[in-house]
Design a protein. Structure first.
Length: 142
């Protein structure tokens, strides 16, 4: 399943799209019911784990090849590592913040072109599904 993040009024970046495996039994014929709440929880949990993994890898000093240096220069940051991992992801806090943000209307969720409005509604993602998180920005004084 592909995940995209968007902020209205900004240009999409290459980092705004990635993929995660579809949970087992999530298809229409599956025995396990998957709600939007479960899906958001799984995506956020996977992202916190990926963040922690990146933090661990940054602790090691690496020798970069010419290609890695060129690629990193294009992105704007050449980082050989050797950093202390001072931040550890808080999975429960991140999931709570994501669910509260959805309930408060801070972002929209669109699964395969259909807006999802109910955290407890069943959803049916497939391997080719696209899940889009659209962050809403509010005007000052509104």
């Amino acid at each position: 399943m592909f995940i995209e993040t968007r902020v209205l009024g900004t240009k999409p970046r290459s980092l705004d799209r990635w993929s995660v495996p579809v949970p087992p039994g999530a298809g229409r014929g599956g025995d396990d019911a998957l709600t939007l709440r479960d899906l958001i929880t799984r995506v956020v949990t996977a992202e916190v784990a990926a963040f922690d993994d990146r933090q661990r890898r940054r602790r090691l000093m690496r020798v970069l090849s010419d290609g890695e240096i060129s690629d990193a220069a294009i992105v704007g940051k050449i980082d050989p590592g050797g950093h202390t991992a001072s931040i550890v992801g808080d999975t429960a806090g991140a999931v709570g913040a994501a669910l509260t943000g959805f309930e408060d209307g801070l972002y929209l969720v669109v699964l395969d072109g259909s807006e999802q409005r109910d955290l407890d509604a069943q959803v049916y993602p497939t391997d080719t599904s696209t899940l889009v998180f659209i962050r809403l920005t509010f005007l000052a004084g509104a």
